[in-house]
Design a binder for this molecule. Sequence first.
Ligand code: C5P
Length: 408
Amino acid sequence: MNSAPPGLAGKQVVLGLTGGIACYKAADLTRELVKSGATVQVVMTESATRFITPLTLQALSGRPVYTSTWDARPAHHMAHIDLGREADAILVAPASADFIARVAQGRADELLSLLCLARPLARCALLVAPAMNREMWAHPATRRNVATLTADGAVVLGPAAGEQACGEVGDGRMLEPAELRDALIAHFQPKLLAGRTVLITAGPTFEALDPVRGITNHSSGKMGFAIARAAAEAGAHVTLVAGPVHLETPAGVDRIDVQSARQMMDAVLPLASRHEIFVATAAVADWRPATSVEAKIKKDADHRVPQLDLVENPDILATVAALPLPERPWCVGFAAESHDLLRHARAKRLRKGVPLIVGNLGPATFGQDDNQLLLVGADGEQELAHADKLTLARQLVREIAARAPSPK
Ligand code: C5P
């Protein structure tokens, strides 16, 4: 989402590096954090300086790098106090097995672990991105240390599975810089939907006519995927049922891919009663070919045009909204219109029987990175001004959190 605003504007981040090959990714990570608006203060252990130079990180962060407890630059010679006091978060990436062990034990024998110990727990979070060989990650000692770190309130990001620098394959790869940046952005979002369950449909559907042709539409899925990301950032457990789109699954979201409206319905119905909130953003095809043939329809030598018979697709949103309580989640529908948005959105809200309809101008927003929304509820309307889709999705999540009934 290129036009998204800098997600870390105004945030002070200590980026800690410990010894590991994944230090090569820290240069990119520094750039990503700076580009997102953060002030990045790099702190490196002695081992980290064996893998990448402080000079590189100084140039990318625009600030001198700290490597020693005995650094004389801070006014009171108290780098371990000053750096942690100023920071909104400490992100250690890569975090070696040895570093995790030291922090788990509350040791403070070098600047970075000292900083972690001395930080104000209530306002400065510690996030660690482990990077190590798979055997080290799987070792009971590391498992114990990670469990201790988590119990002490640290957030462990990853690791991912895959090829390792040592040539082995398994768990222990550091997450990619963009994933770490997004995890940090998510960390700072208010947890308005903590522990709640949200089911979302997104994208178009594809209604096959034969193996190569079908009926679909221009929906890109971007709005629905942004809502899935925003809901997950807000602490919800999110299930995303996606039509055919080429978008990356937002972190922490469970995704089910479908093609047709009937497949989307089959995926949604059994899940609906297990979710508290349902947001239908999918642009479901209204009709499908009455028959779909197994072999490609060939052109006729006499130039006869095949006749297309259409039948109506099931209305997923209306079906879910008509479920009896307590199976019925709190439903949000979308209305993509080309004109008369308010009138159509009001009518659609009543027709579908849902508490909230989100209106937008379909042709103007399909495929775009930004949008403008009109929220139509039982007690009135509210506009969400033109912005990138992620910003709008976060505003919508705030509205949903405020309007959806609290869990029993
Ligand atoms: O009827 P219309 O397509 O205009 O309604 C739009 C809303 O209904 C959207 O929330 C869309 O996801 C949902 N919908 C649905 N199943 C359909 C048609 C629309 O869930 N077959």
